[in-house]
Structures are given as C-alpha cells and as structure tokens.
Ligand binder design. Sequence first.
Ligand SMILES: C[S@@+](CC[C@H](N)C(=O)[O-])C[C@H]1O[C@@H](n2cnc3c(N)ncnc32)[C@H](O)[C@@H]1O
Length: 334
Amino acid sequence: MGAAPTAEYNFSLNEYFTKGSLTCLTEETIKNRVSPEFPLMLNIEPTNACNAKCYYCPREITAEKQGVHYMDKQLYKSIIDQITPDKLIMINYHKDGEPLMHPELPWMIRYAKEKNAAEILHLNTNGTLLRTDRAKAIVSAGIDDITVSIDAARESTYRDLKKIKNLEKVERGVRELIEYRDSIQGNTLIRVKIMEFDSVSSEEIEEFCYKWKDVADQVQVTGTHSWSNAIDGMEVTDGLPEHRFACLLLWYLMAVNSNGLVSKCNYDWDYSGQLGDAKTQSLRDIWQGHQAKIFRNAHLNGQWSCNNVCKNCVAWAGFKDMQGYLEQHKRFYR
Ligand SMILES: C[S@@+](CC[C@H](N)C(=O)[O-])C[C@H]1O[C@@H](n2cnc3c(N)ncnc32)[C@H](O)[C@@H]1O
C-alpha cells in the first residue's frame, strides 16, 4: 500500500504492481484489465482468529463485534467456482486474522490451484505456525507467494509490538520452510517484512535487512497506516499527496470475510464498507451491485465519509489520480 518512505527495499512483485506494494496495481494494468464484470483481486479470509495481539492492528475490536469465524469449506468452494480461470491477478488469503490457523488452508490452496483461480496465490502470515505440517502443506499445494510479517529484528521489539514471545521460533520457521521448499523444488517465493514507524528504530530495520538479505527471497520494508484512525496515536508513515482522489481499490478488489460478508477492500476492519453477503449472493452480483456503485460514486464526488473506513484511510495514496478515466466508465458506478 501507500508510498512508504524506505525506497531501498521497495521492489515490484511483477509488471502488474507498483513499486513497494502487493496491493496497488499500476495505471497501465488498471487501464488494460479492470472490468465492471468482476474484480481483478480478491482477499479471501480463511479465519479472523489470530494468535497475536499486534498493537498496530484493530483485529480484536473486529472479532469482538463480528465474532470469530473459520470459513466454511462449501462457501470457499463456491467462491472459487465463481472465478473464471486466468482472470484474477491475485488471491490474498488474509484479511484481519492469521490464515495458518485454518486447518483446511492446504486444501483451499490446492483447490484454487487446480481451478487456476488466479495468477498468484499469496498470503501474509505472522509466521508463528511456520514450523507445522500445515505450513509445509501449503507450499506442497503450490502457494505462489508468502509474506512473513516478522516486523522486528529484536526480541524486545517483537514482544512490545505483537504481545507474544519467541521471535527466534518464527525466524527458525522461515529458514526451515525455505529449506523445505528447496527440498521439494517448489516455486513458492518467501518474503520477510518489517514496517518503518516510530516503534522500530532505523538501526533495527538495518539489522533486519542484514539478517535476511541472503536468506529470504525478498526483504520488504513498508510504511504504516492507522486503519482509518482505528489505532489511537498510530504513526502513519505512508506519504500522502496534497489532494485526495478516488481510491482505485474500489475498481478492482473485493474482500470476502471469513463469515461470508463481502467488504469493499481489505482495510474494512469494522465492516462499514460492506457490499453484500457471499453466502446468499454471487460475487458478480455483489461487484456489480448497488452498494458497490454507491461507494464508487461517492469517491468520484469526493464524499470520503461514505463509510467509516474510507473516511480517514490512506490506501488511495498508493495510486495516481485517474478521475477522468474512471468517470468515462459509467457501468462501474451507474
Ligand atoms: C492484518 S495482517 C493479517 C495477516 C497475518 N496475521 C499477518 O500478521 O501477516 C495483514 C498485514 O497487515 C499488516 N498490518 C497490520 N497493521 C498495519 C498497519 N497499521 N500499517 C501497515 N500494515 C499493517 C501486517 O503487518 C500484515 O502484513
């Protein structure tokens, strides 16, 4: 997301994505690929359960309000079956929770692979469960890309940020998973990530990069956002342009929560950006539906308070202003 200040570790995943982001597609990709029929990217949240309590994440408030859910297999199958092969650029298997806590995750990945559901199957994990058969099984099932949100190079920072112990176990998990991937000649890209903000010193970020540069396939340093001010006092390090413009995520991404409710994007931690329910509606109908059009229209008219999550969000800043282009494509918002 956004324009994080650390340029050195801002890479491009491939030609579809802007530098430093696994969420923001380039202007060219958007012009060539977006469709009023179906999104280009889906977040599918296997579960919103989590075994960490990261101070920069509002998941606990979400779980309190919405309950804790593990996505039902039938629902997952119906979601994948609605995807036309070769059309999706990426499925992200995460939103608010820790995906590796879902026992059926390997089956989920295998099913999506068999159906050729997306060019890239990716997930973010906190890495606590990497030393398990389940982690190995998602690699054997062919997951393309894993980002391990380690977020620290020192045990003390790790504990302060995540309210859990044992950074060393997570680090060992990453190394062992890379060894396993190599032993089966798998293709999964394994990346480690840290965030640049006031709780992590620049020396620690350097330590992190040094520790991982010859071990992981990629080292990513990102900025932070405040989940639209859900986290009091959270430093936002993603740079913001002076003038706000329509967020392009509304034109190419949807997020299916573990309970089946569909959110306009992965930042919708409080479900105020709900578009529909995948248990009772098709994804196509939701993408082309009334609520999605209301939010797109609101963004084209500068009504950022159209829902609580858009109000103070910074995700839009990772893109360019494409207002003229968006206005021409009326099927998205009329
Ligand atoms: C909400 S987590 C869920 C997936 C998984 N549990 C994990 O830890 O990676 C998804 C991603 O959001 C990132 N994240 C959480 N809070 C953030 C914030 N305030 N700013 C930027 N990124 C954040 C995490 O580091 C993680 O990479």
